[in-house]
Design a protein around this ligand. Structure first.
Ligand code: ATP
Length: 257
């Protein structure tokens, strides 16, 4: 693969190549785990099935997520190794806009990697960053993955956890938290367990969320609550699968043309 600077902007796979390159760089800098590359590969295959665009159901979930974050009393944004490589500035910008702390939360935890991600976020202007000094345990998870921070994820009412794994997501929901995730697989356990599932690429979802929070910050609470009451995550997941079927059907028909 050519180096980043050598990929022309006009390349038809420019966005996808840039994303890959950022993850490879993340591995090189010690913020992304090798398994993060495999997760991205799976995500890319699913992104292809929705045409690599934000679909209507994804936009609806993003709107609900923005409303939930604006209404939350103590929201927290969780950052793993892939999010740190792909959307670190956007995670910090979103956290600062809603006045929420960030918490580093990685699947294969090493203290060195947690510290590198926390330092990266602080260097980008983050306010409070938890994760490097966990002082609480999420019930139902093994020791390393249960680690959380009081004042952070452990006490949050709403947790934004892009690219979370199913077990942890389930454990957070069992604690009574509302969980917002970004996952290109509408059938994963994470997608089915979360309160709001955004079936979109994290590199599109974060800029969308930032714009939506800006746009909706002026709306009154009653209006935001009404939007959330009318939101049906199961229906949004079904429509996301339908988007994949219809995109595939369209591509299939085009093979005859
Ligand atoms: P689960 O435990 O929820 O059933 P899993 O074990 O299949 O999920 P993981 O390997 O924990 O999945 O996480 C990878 C998930 O993240 C996959 O579902 C993949 O589609 C999704 N994913 C990977 N890269 C991206 C991305 N850039 N944007 C959005 N989703 C992504």
């Amino acid at each position: 693969m050519p180096a980043l600077s050598e990929v022309p902007r006009t390349h038809p796979r420019y966005a996808s190549l840039m994303t890959r390159e950022k993850l490879v760089e993340g591995v090189g800098r010690g913020i992304t785990g090798l398994n993060g590359l495999i997760a991205q590969g799976r995500g890319e295959a699913l992104d292809y099935l929705i045409g690599e665009v934000t679909t209507a159901p994804a936009m609806e979930a993003e709107r609900a997520a923005a409303a939930m974050l604006l209404l939350a009393e103590g929201p927290v944004l969780s950052v793993n190794g892939n999010a740190a490589a792909l959307v670190p500035k956007e995670m910090v910008a979103l956290a600062n806009k809603i006045g929420a702390p960030l918490e580093v939360n990685i699947f294969y935890r090493t203290e060195e990697r947690v510290k590198k991600i926390a330092d990266l976020l602080r260097g980008l202007g983050a306010g409070t960053v938890y994760g490097d000094e966990p002082d609480a345990q999420i019930p139902g998870l093994d020791h390393a993955r249960a680690k959380a921070a009081r004042g952070g994820i452990y006490d949050a009412d709403v947790v934004f956890v892009p690219l979370e794994d199913g077990d942890r997501c389930e454990a957070l929901v069992k604690m009574g938290k509302r969980v917002i995730t970004v996952d290109l697989n509408p059938l994963s356990r994470t997608a089915r367990t979360s309160t709001v599932t955004i079936v979109d690429n994290v590199v599109r979802a974060l800029p969308n969320l930032i714009s939506l929070v800006d746009e909706m910050a002026g709306q009154d609470e009653a209006e935001l609550r009404r939007l959330l009451e009318g939101y049906d995550n199961r229906a949004v997941l079904r429509r996301s699968v339908e988007e994949m079927i219809s995109h595939l059907t369209h591509q299939f028909s085009a093979l005859d043309g």
